[in-house]
Design a protein around this ligand. Structure first.
Ligand code: IMP
Ligand code: ZN
Length: 339
């Protein structure tokens, strides 16, 4: 069995996947989105060829996906097909995240209802929902989003588990008050952090102390992070969510080999491997594990351990975590010959 084959059969945990960025080309086509305009279509085909692009260009691509999910039915179909893609890739636990979006004829609540329904209707994997606040929105819009998220969480406490801050890192800022409110109301927090060099904001995020951070690209001093922030991070040991291909395609990591994940491996710090936007970056979780193995000299046992440790970073309940750990251990026993 070669590396990729092992990565495919390995039961995996996905903690950082944005719904609209995860739509496959097939799903976008079935939702009628790729018929909209030739230029938009070309944007996607070049991504499928894994052509490097700037962060800004990547954010332009999300607009295409958003054209595909403008009403409750298409949001439902999109979520359903993304969940199935992850199940087919042997992902046993998925934390899907998405930004509640109001459109003509759809409220933010209806958007969330559609995603929740798709989660409830899917038999596997186990799926939890994280709802995102977009950095580019002003404080009033964000406050409204948080209020909607909290009321929907009260309706679906077993599914809606956390809140995320995402969006173009060049725009907006981290608002501590907003995330304190979510935290005080029992939501888990994960924040896109240090996607660009911004040591002041990174310090604010670390002081706030989210449950997890996304990307953490420019946090280590070898990657333009400040020594002060890195020391604070090493004390707090907040699990990082790494997305290798996303960073390489956007050019924030120079190459897989030079990805900052190596600092976490070297220092024994907690991290998970994730896809970010498997549609936009044309990847899968198995391929992300394969890149990690090929570039950081990881054994099959190391990969299994990364998946296993991600269970503890997840926002699942204690009982759900125990069940997943049991499942992964049993799988390892049954597949001893692979290790
Ligand atoms: P959605 O939230 O389901 O609509 O997924 C797409 C959205 O996720 C984008 O519009 C961004 O706001 C966010 N997003 C996806 N990838 C990234 C990333 O790498 N950094 C920050 N935000 C991201
Ligand atoms: Zn992300």
């Amino acid at each position: 069995m070669n590396t990729l084959e092992f990565c495919r059969v390995l039961p995996k945990i996905e903690l950082h996947a944005h719904l609209n960025g995860s739509l496959s080309e097939k799903t976008l086509k079935s939702l009628g989105c790729l018929n909209k305009s030739v230029s938009e279509y070309q944007g996607l085909t070049s991504i499928n060829n894994k052509i490097e692009r700037t962060l800004h260009e990547c954010f332009e691509l999300f607009k295409i996906a958003h054209l595909a999910t403008k009403n409750p039915d298409s949001v439902y179909l999109a979520a359903q097909s993304v969940i199935k893609d992850f199940a087919d890739d042997n992902v046993r636990y998925l934390e899907l995240r998405t930004t509640p979006r109001a459109e003509d004829g759809m409220t933010k609540e209806e958007y969330i209802e559609s995603v929740v329904k798709a989660i409830k209707d899917s038999k596997k994997p186990l799926v939890k929902l994280i709802l995102s606040v977009d950095r580019r929105h002003d404080i009033l819009v964000s406050q409204n989003t948080v209020a909607v998220i909290l009321s929907m969480r009260n309706k679906y406490p077993d599914i809606i588990k956390g809140i995320d801050l995402s969006g173009n890192p060049h725009l907006g800022c981290f608002d501590k008050e907003l995330f304190n409110k979510a935290k005080e109301n029992g939501l888990k927090t994960t924040i896109h952090c240090a996607e660009i060099i911004n040591n002041d904001e990174v310090m604010e995020i670390l002081n706030f102390g989210p449950n997890r951070i996304g990307h953490a690209t420019f946090l280590n001093p070898n990657y333009s992070g400040s020594i002060e922030n890195w020391e604070s991070y090493c004390k707090k040991k907040i699990p990082a969510e790494f997305c290798l291909t996303s960073n390489v395609v956007c050019g924030t990591a120079k190459s897989y080999k030079e990805h900052h994940m190596q600092e976490w491996i070297k220092n024994g710090l907690p991290f998970s491997i994730n896809t970010d936007d498997k549609g936009v970056f044309c990847t899968s979780l198995s391929e992300e594990y394969e890149h990690a193995q090929n570039n950081f000299n990881l054994s099959n046992t190391d990969l299994w351990t990364i998946a296993y440790n991600a269970i503890d970073h997840s926002f699942a309940s204690i009982q759900e975590k125990a069940l997943m750990k049991k499942e992964l251990k049993e799988w390892k026993t049954q597949n001893q010959h692979q290790f």
